[in-house]
Ligand binder design. Sequence first.
Ligand SMILES: [Zn+2]
Length: 402
Amino acid sequence: MHAIRAIDAFDGEAFRSTGATVLIDDGVIIGVEPYGSEVPDQCLVISYDGTLLPGLIEAHTHLVTDSGVSALDRVAGYSDEQIDEVITGALRGQLSAGVTTVRDLGDRRFCVVQRRGRRPAGRATEPTIVASGPPLTSPGGHCHFMGGEVSETAEIIRAVAERVERSVDVVKVMASGGVNTPGSDVMRTQFTTAELQFVVDRAHQAGLPVTAHAHGTPAVEQAIAVGVDGIEHCSCVTDRGFGQVSAETLAALARSQIAVCPTIGVDPGLMKEPPPAIKAMMERMGVTAQQLLQDRRDFVSRLHHAGVRLVSGVDSGIGPAKRHGTLPYAVRELVTAGLSVAEALATATSAAAIACGVGASKGRLAPGQHADLLVVDGELETDVTALLRPQAVLLQGAPVTI
Ligand SMILES: [Zn+2]
């Protein structure tokens, strides 16, 4: 048995005024006591000055992307060895930022799902992976090169069955086009409502949740109507800009308790020049990069105040400003949008764990949870930027080099 303690602590849902001493046995939390509490004899204790919290959970990443310019464009051309190296680098980037669980929402031909299954027994050295495999998309649609094109009922049946067979954790479907796929349109739907409903029904019958990529307002409305479990991006974009959605639709979204991952969060140091696809969208909408970020933030604020269930994810890996390990910036962005620090942190810990299907073992400082932990330098409750200064990261109780 050993213990990690820190004078400040966030337990996944709230800050603890007493700090915390987390007792760990065999990689699992067996007790959470105040900072100054006695520990059993022979129990090794490591103390920190900063804030202790559960390891972060990113709800939307692409481990097959290398965080370079036009990273998605390279995915189709990698050999199997190359793609495995990219995944290794991505996981390392995540871990060094304190991310101990990732949900991968789009790989190439199940390579991330396979990687998840190859995890060696014994000490964990990489973040836990939750994965969807290739997203279902229309022929030639958003991210079609990942291998998930479907066009009719029989293909949907086959595609869902393959995902069940490969034990994916979630089905990802591209309800709208995407920014980075030429020929697909972010503002339009990719499937009919009946087709999307069929995807959801088949997945639910097999016990799998569904999360839908949806930028344009029609795709968001369609996703709500067919009863998905999650919506990615949820920009509600039209030619008039972001957040073009009625109060009734927002109320329905809140009522549905669909988990919305707004995929905000960029590393400002790397946001020199917006990628060409984003530039084209800015021109179409007649907005500047600063305005675009502000509009996104304003809409996330509206979602939060409407009572929508938010989780944090960056869509990491797809470009330099969204490199693997940018999740702390997404949390900070939520605070700027008006969430309390505790609310924002919950979107990247306890709430993310539930949305990713790992709530029983991840996302909280509580007995029975895996001891995936993060210590950051500073008092996080009053200074969210402390999240950008990781001091220690532990996977199942063991410190890792960051
Ligand atoms: Zn994505």
